[in-house]
Write a protein that binds this ligand. Structure first.
Ligand SMILES: [Zn+2]
Length: 226
């Protein structure tokens, strides 16, 4: 297994570091990071820079009613989902099959030999089946299994689609994707992926829209030009 050659890019990594991604996008980025020491290193540096910037901010006096407004907002929004994160910064390479944090989402689906069970797969198109892992307002995240040589109909993306290859691979007009690679699809991308002859198992997060919305991400936007 070679190290990944397709990465999320700085925008996604910064928002991941700042906790601004939805659960599915976080899981996709964190799963890629389990394969990719370069992105783990980049995120640890972003977290350090973000923490230092926050430390330097001058405290500002609270306006009257600010605390009440904040408590009301917390009541409305409920608890935040914990960001999926790689289990270990110095993860071994190659990572174990179905590395954390993905493994936690597969509880009850793994057989005694560590392989994925046969149950729960739903038909998507001929040669392609999927299992939903996360359904949230922002989108859907699922495992997708393709037989060898299956062509996905040409398509573009209304929002953003993050695909991490777990086993096998696929190719499209923009390159070949193998284990650990993360493919980013957006509305500018029009492609027709074809799975490799041995087939492809991947994690696919389809997200309605992504922005740098986390507190550290917004802060870093002032200092970084994309
Ligand atoms: Zn990477």
């Amino acid at each position: 297994m070679t190290r990944p050659s397709h990465h999320p890019g700085d925008m996604l990594l910064i928002d991941y570091a700042g906790g601004g991604l939805c659960e599915g996008a976080s899981l996709a980025v964190a799963t890629h990071m389990a394969y990719c020491p370069a992105c783990r290193h980049a995120v640890s540096e972003m977290e350090a820079v973000g923490g230092a910037l926050l430390d330097e901010l001058e405290p500002e006096p609270l306006s009257p009613g600010c605390l009440e407004a904040l408590m009301a907002r917390l009541d409305r929004e409920g608890p935040r989902t914990e960001r999926p994160a790689p289990s270990c910064r110095a993860a071994p390479f190659p990572p174990p099959r179905y590395p954390e944090p993905l493994r936690s989402y597969l509880r009850g689906r793994l057989a005694a030999d560590g392989t994925l069970g046969a149950g729960g797969w739903r038909f998507i198109q001929p040669g392609m089946r999927g299992i939903n892992l996360i359904s949230e307002a922002a989108g859907t995240t699922r495992l997708v299994r393709m037989r060898g040589g299956v062509a996905v109909p040409r398509h573009t993306h209304g929002g953003i689609e993050l695909t991490v290859v777990l086993e096998g691979g696929f190719s499209d007009e923009f390159g070949s994707f193998g284990p650990g690679d993360l493919a980013v699809g957006d509305c500018s991308l029009n492609h027709a992926p074809v799975s490799d002859p041995e087939g492809c198992l991947c994690l696919n997060a389809t997200i309605g829209g992504l922005r740098l919305t986390g507190p550290v991400g917004r802060l870093l936007n002032r200092f970084i030009r994309f």
